[in-house]
Design a protein around this ligand. Structure first.
Ligand SMILES: NC(=O)c1ccc[n+]([C@@H]2O[C@H](COP(=O)([O-])OP(=O)(O)OC[C@H]3O[C@@H](n4cnc5c(N)ncnc54)[C@H](OP(=O)(O)O)[C@@H]3O)[C@@H](O)[C@H]2O)c1
Length: 254
């Protein structure tokens, strides 16, 4: 094994990824399995989870467990955690990745239902999963939790205020859990900028006259595969002195 392979080693890790069926979650699941991890792929669509799990197993030879769950529903999360421990006996890395930011018109038209669903998925679910999995990681003597946040949590635009607020809460939650579960378990925020996933379809890129990404240092949106390096860093012992931090993969937002 070369030095970099040792430093970033996740061989035989078990990684639970919410929203692992599409977008950034799917890329992280594939990337970590390619590096030797077994993965739990959790999202609302069992068909999508099964399809991705089969692809991962076929390509990497690792085990991928599909699991249907609504991350915004507190009472469904114990079952997810139990299924992962039943199948693998451990979770080394939890990636709280599932998230969404629904479109709305005027701010006064944001319904309580929309507001609650955004907070339930982006903040409440990660809290419950971190609590359940983190305590078992502490008992096991190791673990890493990665909370996928958004650059919008630091610089909210008017069209994502509930989402940005929930993600800002997630940033705060990261620090709290890092203190709660340290020194055994590390908890970090992986802060994404614009990535070309299903989310970006709502941006109408072709119709935009102005360059939407001109303000970024890299002057472009990210390809989903460009999140994997940061996830591998945070999942592996390469980040053994990094906790409670924000790691940005955002193309250089000023
Ligand atoms: N793409 C970006 O530009 C960007 C920027 C900043 C931050 N982020 C953050 O990065 C994360 C991933 O975003 P993405 O762009 O990859 O999104 P995406 O392509 O829309 O994928 C979202 C994933 O989450 C799952 N999901 C959605 N709602 C769920 C729920 N209630 N319960 C369980 N799973 C659910 C989806 O599967 P199902 O539909 O089957 O449930 C899917 O696997 C999110 O937290 C997002 O806020 C993305």
């Amino acid at each position: 094994m070369g030095y970099a392979d040792q430093l970033f080693d996740v061989t035989d890790q078990v990684v639970l990824i919410t929203g692992g069926s599409r977008g950034l979650g799917r890329e992280m699941a594939f990337g970590l399995a390619r590096c030797g991890a077994d993965v739990v792929i959790a999202s609302r669509s069992m068909d999508n989870c099964v399809a991705v799990a089969k692809e991962i197993e076929a390509e990497t030879g690792r085990t991928a467990l599909p699991y249907q769950v609504h991350v915004g529903r507190w009472d469904q999360l114990d079952g997810l955690v139990e299924a992962a421990y039943d199948a693998f006996g451990k979770i080394d890395t939890l990636i709280n990745n599932a998230g969404m930011s629904p479109l709305y018109g005027k701010l006064s038209e944001v319904t309580e239902k929309l507001y609650d669903s955004v907070f339930n998925l982006n903040l409440k679910g990660p809290f419950r999963l971190s609590a359940l999995v983190g305590e078992r990681m502490v008992a096991a003597g190791r673990g890493s939790i990665i909370n996928v946040s958004s650059a919008g949590s630091l610089r909210p635009s008017p069209d994502i205020i509930p989402y940005a607020s929930a993600k800002a809460g997630l940033n705060a939650m990261t620090e709290g859990f890092a203190r709660a579960f340290g020194p055994t378990v590390r908890v970090n925020t992986l802060m994404a900028g614009p990535f070309l996933t299903d989310v970006s379809k709502a941006w109408n890129l072709a119709e935009r006259e102005t360059d939407m990404f001109g303000h970024l240092s890299l002057k472009r949106a990210g390809h989903p595969s460009e999140i994997v390096g940061a996830a591998l860093f945070l999942a592996s012992d390469a980040s053994s002195f990094t906790t409670g931090s924000i790691v940005r993969a955002d193309g250089g937002i000023p």
